[in-house]
Design a protein around this ligand. Structure first.
Ligand code: FA5
Length: 330
């Protein structure tokens, strides 16, 4: 026991402490081996043996936790010392700040749609089932409702998983004609190279009385928007499925890196998937009490577009606040 206590107290770095943690508390560590001896202890001594072992374990655990706290604090202080910046130092260089690439990309998109007479609408991050799912014709069995994808709150609310609930809020509070976009943060339980738990989408919705809005209007606006963002690219509409649009489409552009010949970024297909869209499903209009109207909707991820425009390989780096990345956008 004393030897183990010394092992912990003598650690000077977090790395040493981690090695000691594995040695003592790991699956095959000293404690696990001691507990394994229980099997061969006579029955009448088992209780005392276990009590003593648990006492030692809890003593070692608190000692370990204390040491971890001290060493973590020291490591943090050292990082702060090493990375300290004297903000009072005179700098002859005039350094100006810059918009984050996500905001810059979002602003470019907003500018386009405002120039096309769209209004900007907003909605809450904390949503209810009706606006996020039900009114959007997302039945209970739809996989998007899965706990894997959605952050649910204890009171039955949830963090909106897309900007589409703003369509519902706008239709419930306004009468057609509607011509809106809704940019903003959305949340999903995702984390890898191309997915983060918080990201941004921009939603678009156009509704008019009668059957005046057609798929060709949708096609025009998206083609025009994508060429404004990416220059002279080919635009492809593929049949797809979204519960809130019928028919639905996914829209690709020719790869801006290889110009359609095939490369790593486009997985050698020559195409990049950019957004989802379609004609608003009649069930959505029913849910908001609209009759005799027609409309289209679309939605896209802003980070994905920013990554393509600026050739940023890892989505997560957008949210790390590392000045070395951000400085490149000045
Ligand atoms: C939607 O969210 C639909 N609401 C879009 C829509 C609106 C379709 C209106 C039709 C009409 P989807 O789940 O495919 O669709 O997400 C849209 C985009 O969000 C994706 O193409 C992707 O670019 C982006 N996205 C999805 N999950 C993440 C994530 N975890 N991190 C970053 N971007 C993501």
């Amino acid at each position: 026991m004393q030897a183990l206590v010394e092992k912990i107290t003598q650690c000077n770095t977090l790395k040493d402490l981690e090695a000691v943690r594995i040695e003592i508390f790991g699956k095959k560590g000293v404690l696990a081996q001691e507990f394994a001896k229980m099997k061969s202890v006579p029955n009448e001594e088992k209780k005392a043996f276990a009590q003593e072992l648990n006492r030692q374990k809890s003593q070692l655990t608190s000692l370990f936790d204390e040491k971890l706290e001290v060493l973590s604090k020291e490591a943090k202080e050292q990082t702060m010392r090493e990375e300290a910046v004297d903000v009072t130092l005179y700098s002859p260089l005039k350094v100006s700040g810059a918009l984050h690439p996500v905001n810059e990309t979002m602003n470019r998109m907003i500018d386009y749609f405002v120039s096309m007479n769209f209004t900007i609408e907003d909605g809450p991050f904390i949503e209810d089932d009706f606006h996020n799912f039900e009114a959007l014709n997302l039945p209970v069995y739809h996989p998007a409702r899965d706990m894997q994808d959605t952050f649910f709150l204890n009171d039955g609310h949830l963090l909106r998983t897309h900007t589409s609930p703003v369509q519902i809020r706008t239709m419930l509070s306004q009468k057609p004609p509607i011509r809106m976009i809704a940019p903003g943060s959305v949340f999903r339980r995702d984390f890898d190279l191309t997915h983060t738990p918080m990201f941004h989408q921009i939603e678009g919705l156009v509704v008019e009385e009668g059957d005046g809005v057609s798929f060709s209007h949708l096609k025009f606006i998206l083609e025009d928007f994508l060429r404004t963002m990416f220059g002279d690219v080919a635009v492809r509409f593929r049949p797809s499925f979204f519960p809130f649009t019928e028919p639905s489409t996914e829209v690709d552009i020719s790869c801006i890196f290889c110009e359609g010949t095939g490369c790593r970024v486009c997985s050698h297909t020559g195409w990049l998937e950019i957004l989802g869209a379609g004609m608003v499903d009649s069930n959505v209009f029913k849910a908001v009490g609209y009759e005799n109207v027609s409309g289209y909707a679309f939605g896209l991820g802003i980070e994905r577009i920013a990554m393509l425009l600026h050739q940023i390989p890892d989505l997560r780096s957008m949210f790390e606040g590392d000045l070395r990345l951000l400085e490149q956008f000045r």
